[in-house]
Write a new protein. Structure first.
Length: 201
């Protein structure tokens, strides 16, 4: 999905793009993933001291940009429904000294950078998600988190990319990144392209 999104924006900016896919579209992680739209800082990013946490938080503007892009992706791609729902997401805590305190530190950094999150107590968490265990003491809630349908989104990105002139070569594995006379080597064939090449596993 990431490669399709990149191809979409590069082509929109006027670049000539060739998207090379080892298998078929949607057969790998692009079409088969948890589909989560998660923008809060991960637990592990606030476990290594204040300096490291602040450094990780400095990347939150990327999350804010992503929120806007995901919220407008249906219109952006000219599609009717991509099953993108942004109804909120929770990060849970079960221990007051460690997990609750960690979420509170995380939320303070998110507030500083403008990511809309707030702490919920046990009663508020149960009101939103009554199926959770009683051991959950608190949670941080981000109202713009959600999910999207990876199969629908990947297909829509491919259609948009093709409409903008992107060449999509499926069933073609990139075996090397050697450039010879303006060509990039693949499995038995070469791709002639000026400029740069990027690779995603």
């Amino acid at each position: 999905m990431g490669r399709g999104r990149l191809a979409h924006f590069l082509a929109r900016g006027g670049a000539r793009v060739c998207l090379i896919e080892k298998g078929d579209l949607k057969r790998g992680a692009s079409g088969q993933n948890a589909s989560s739209l998660h923008f809060q800082m991960e637990h592990r990013l606030v476990e290594h001291g204040e300096a490291m946490t602040a450094l990780a938080a400095s990347m939150l503007p990327l999350s804010l940009d992503a929120i806007g892009r995901w919220g407008g992706i249906t219109d952006d791609l000219g599609e009717d429904d991509l099953d993108v729902v942004m109804h909120g997401g929770l990060m849970l805590a079960e221990t007051p000294e460690q997990q609750v305190a960690k979420l509170e530190r995380k939320r303070a950094h998110e507030e500083k950078w403008g990511l809309p999150t707030r702490m919920l107590d046990q009663v508020e968490v149960r009101a939103i998600a009554p199926y959770l265990a009683d051991t959950v003491l608190a949670a941080s809630f981000c109202p713009v988190e959600g999910h999207g349908n990876p199969r629908l989104i990947t297909s829509a990105l491919a259609r948009s990319a093709l409409a903008q002139g992107v060449e999509i070569r499926s069933g073609t594995a990139v075996t090397a990144m050697r450039r010879r006379d303006g060509r990039w080597q693949t499995d038995g064939r070469s791709v002639r392209r000026e400029g740069r090449a990027g690779c995603c596993d």
